[in-house]
Design a protein around this ligand. Structure first.
Ligand code: 5GP
Length: 120
């Protein structure tokens, strides 16, 4: 499992945070940044990341401050409102290799804008 000792500062989201890569910013506050996913899986697909470096949900849940955790959870809700997802949306956090996590910087996906295929 990816953990904090292995944080790779060259991952794409770290580069977006340093403005070394462009992104279509949707929302930003002291703790989090949200931007459009480069390869959208729904008509609305936004990625929400923490500004602080966490490799994965495991790392985040263990090491993040209460302020950061609250800001992320409340932020997701604010972003959904900003994106007019009043009919509903899906939040996804892929964790580690088996979970399908590709980018090793904590992120949540917000998917919506259409009726989503129900897998679970
Ligand atoms: P994961 O599979 O790690 O949960 O999700 C990583 C997400 O990051 C994927 O949905 C992928 O399309 C997105 N992504 C990868 N590289 C970039 C990039 O350079 N810019 C943006 N905006 N999204 C990216």
């Amino acid at each position: 499992m990816i953990n904090i000792e292995e944080y790779d500062s060259q991952n794409v989201f770290a580069k977006i945070l340093r403005n070394e890569l462009p992104s279509n910013k949707i929302f930003e506050n002291e703790e989090i940044l949200a931007f459009s996913d480069i390869n959208p899986q729904a008509s609305v697909h936004v990625v929400v990341i923490t500004k602080e470096k966490f490799c994965s949900f495991n790392d985040f849940s263990k090491n993040a401050s209460d302020k950061c955790i609250t800001s992320l959870i409340r932020g997701i809700s604010k972003i959904a409102k900003k994106l007019n997802l009043s009919k509903g949306y899906r939040i996804v956090c892929n964790v580690g290799h088996y979970g399908g996590q590709v980018v090793p910087h904590l992120h949540f996906h917000i998917l919506g804008g259409e009726r989503l295929w129900q897998k679970l």
